[in-house]
Design a protein around this ligand. Structure first.
Ligand code: SAH
Length: 236
């Protein structure tokens, strides 16, 4: 079972969008579990203060390392190197499908959601914490990022998605975006689905899909297209 623990200032937001459909079922089946820790529980004053102004000036507030560390140390076993501790941060290494595949094999993942201007640097230096960003934009807090992160991990766990193939054929697996897909009705608003998909000829369908994927990737994502071509050339 994969145990995910989220450290947050807003525990009421959880499990939120993670409590539906396949995620809920998979939690019941004990494929994964979610525990929430309210960072404020380790605050020392009656106002449950967790933040303060940055030294040297500047806007906003920072999460204090003493409060946050006592929260983390209560739950994180420092000796357990197998435990992954992730601080969601726009300064982190950018999340991608490759990293998700690796991390989905872990047993314990701890996620720290920042707020305000972020957290004190010394915490990142003294605890075994990796910084991960979900993209080049700024959110107001790590909670929404954690939903993205957890969603993307849980669907990779064995037994969560019905069809095992569904994660193999997806966008990013081979540096290619997914080909266009169609379902019933066969004719909708006078538009029919591409003839080849009705042919029953799987070799032909696969080659049509590949050429569509290549065209879309080339048009929309020159960065992926370059990687795809490099990989293709390596093989030859
Ligand atoms: N001042 C900081 C941004 C703080 S945003 C800076 O310029 O780097 C507040 C919190 O939202 C962060 O602590 C982080 O947990 C979360 N957050 C914001 N953008 C994020 C992103 N792109 N990926 C992951 N977490 C993000």
């Amino acid at each position: 079972m994969l145990n995910i623990r989220v450290f947050t200032l807003y525990p009421d937001l959880f499990p939120g969008p993670l409590d539906i459909g396949i995620y809920k079922k998979a939690r019941k089946k004990k494929i994964w579990d979610l525990k929430i820790v309210d960072i404020r529980d380790t605050a020392k004053d009656k106002h449950r203060t967790v933040d303060d102004k940055p030294f040297g000036g500047g806007s906003g507030m920072l999460l204090r390392p003493d409060i946050l560390s006592s929260s983390l140390d209560r739950y994180i076993n420092k000796k357990n190197k197998k435990e992954r501790n992730i601080y969601l941060s726009p300064k982190g290494k950018q999340l991608d499908q490759n990293f998700l595949k690796k991390i989905s094999k872990e047993k314990n993942i701890n996620i720290i959601c920042g707020h305000f201007e972020g957290i004190d640097q010394r915490l990142l230096e003294t605890r075994n914490i990796e910084e991960i960003s979900i993209g080049d934009y700024i959110l107001s807090g790590g909670e929404t990022a954690s939903f993205v992160f957890i969603d993307a991990i849980v669907r990779l766990l064995p037994g969560v998605l019905g069809n095992k193939l569904s994660t193999i054929d997806e966008t990013f697996e081979k540096f290619l975006l997914e080909y266009p897909q169609y379902t019933k009705p066969q004719i909708w608003e006078k538009k029919t689905v591409p003839e080849v998909l009705l042919s029953g000829d799987h070799a032909k369908i696969n080659s049509w899909r590949l050429s569509q994927s290549e065209a879309i990737t080339r048009r929309q994502r020159p960065d992926l297209w370059k990687k795809y071509l490099n990989k293709k050339n390596e093989k030859h």
